[in-house]
Ligand binder design. Structure first.
Ligand code: BGO
Length: 282
C-alpha cells in the first residue's frame, strides 16, 4: 500500500512538537527547507497497516505571506499535497487557534482537528463539546493530551481513515460582508473561466489572496497569465479604495474580522460550555 503524507499544522505552543514526538518517536529527521533557515521536521509511523509520513509544519497563527514560517507552511500544503492536515488546536485558547483552522478549511485540504490541552482547558473550567464542534465543522475532532500521549492513537487512526477515503473536500466559504462578497464572486468566476492557478489552489482562495495583496500568489499569477492577473489586481484595488474611503480599513483587516466573526459565532453556538467558576468562556 502507498504511504500517506500527513501534515501537522498549528499555532506555536499548541503542542505540535510534543504530539509529533509522541507519534514518531525516534523515527524522525530534521533538515532545513531549501534556501531558508526554517526547520523541516519529518517523521514516520505505522497505522492501520500503513506507512504514514508526517511533516510537522512551522507553528503559525495564519497562512498569509507575511512571515517566512507562514509562507513555508502554506507552500508545503500547496505543493506537497498532503492527504490530510492534522490541525493541533489548543483547547484552552480556542478562539485564537481556530483562526488558523478557518484558513485551513478555506484551502480545501481535508482536516482532522486535535483538540489538545483538554486537561488545561478543563482545569480552567472550560468544557468543549468535541462532537458538536465536529458536526459544525464537518471534520473529525479528537481530544488529546499530547504531554501524556492520551488520544494520540485515536487521532492517528482518524487521520489515516480520512486519508484512506480520499474523499472530495469542499473548501469552506464564509461571507466577508457586502463590500467584498460580490467582487469576490466575480473574481472567482473569472479565475474559474480561465482555469487560472486552479491546479494549485481553490479559485475563491486565489481571489482572496488578490484582495489581501498577497505578493507570493500575485507573483505566480503574473507569470501564469499577466492580463488576467492585472485585471484581478484592478478589481482588488477598487475594493481597497472603497473600503479605505468607507471604513478607513484595508481589505486584509475586513477579511480577518469576518474570519474571527465566523469563529466567534461557532463558539457561541453551544460548542463551548463554561463550568461553574470559570472566569471566561474561551
Ligand atoms: C513545556 N497538556 C498539557 N498540560 N501540556 C501540554 C500538552 C497537553 O496536552 N501538549 C503540550 N503541552 P510544544 P509547539 C513546558 O515545554 O509541543 C506542553 O510550539 C516546560 N518546558 O509539554 O513545545 C508541552 O511545538 C516547562 O510545555 O508546542 C510544552 O506547538 C514547564 O505545552 C508546551 C511547563 O508544547 C508547548 C511546560 C521546559
Amino acid at each position: 500500500m502507498n504511504e500517506h503524507l500527513i501534515a501537522i499544522a498549528g499555532n506555536p505552543n499548541s503542542g505540535k512538537t510534543t504530539l509529533f514526538n509522541a507519534l514518531t518517536g525516534a523515527r524522525q529527521r530534521v533538515a532545513n527547507y531549501p534556501g531558508v533557515t526554517v526547520e523541516r521536521k519529518e517523521g514516520s509511523c505505522k497505522a492501520n497497516g500503513r506507512e504514514v509520513r508526517l511533516v510537522d509544519l512551522p507553528g503559525t497563527y495564519s497562512l498569509t505571506a507575511y512571515s517566512l514560517e507562514e509562507l513555508v507552511a502554506r507552500n508545503v500544503l500547496l505543493t506537497e499535497n498532503p492527504r490530510v492536515v492534522v490541525n493541533i488546536v489548543d483547547a484552552s485558547n480556542l478562539e485564537r487557534n481556530l483562526y488558523l483552522t478557518v484558513q485551513l478549511f478555506e484551502l480545501g485540504i481535508p482536516v482532522v482537528i486535535a483538540l489538545n490541552m483538554v486537561d488545561v482547558a478543563n482545569g480552567r473550567g472550560i468544557e468543549i463539546d468535541a462532537a458538536e464542534l465536529s458536526r459544525k465543522l464537518g471534520a473529525p475532532v479528537v481530544e488529546t493530551v499530547a504531554r501524556s500521549g492520551n488520544g494520540k492513537d485515536a487521532l492517528l487512526a482518524a487521520a489515516v481513515e480520512l486519508a484512506d477515503k480520499n474523499a472530495a473536500w469542499t473548501p469552506l466559504r464564509i461571507s466577508y460582508g457586502p463590500d467584498i462578497d460580490p467582487v469576490l464572486d466575480e473574481m472567482e468566476r473569472k479565475i474559474l473561466a480561465e482555469r487560472f492557478l486552479t491546479g494549485l489552489h481553490p479559485a475563491r482562495w486565489t481571489a482572496l489572496k488578490y484582495l489581501e495583496s498577497d505578493e507570493d500568489v500575485i507573483k505566480k499569477g503574473k507569470e501564469a497569465n499577466p492580463d488576467l492577473s492585472s485585471g484581478l489586481e484592478k478589481m482588488a484595488d477598487g475594493v481597497a479604495a472603497h473600503l479605505q474611503k468607507t471604513f478607513s480599513a484595508y481589505p486584509e483587516a475586513i477579511i480577518a474580522d469576518h474570519r474571527y466573526g465566523f469563529v466567534a459565532a461557532l463558539l457561541k453556538s453551544g460548542v463551548v460550555k463554561r463550568k461553574h467558576g470559570a472566569d471566561r468562556i474561551y
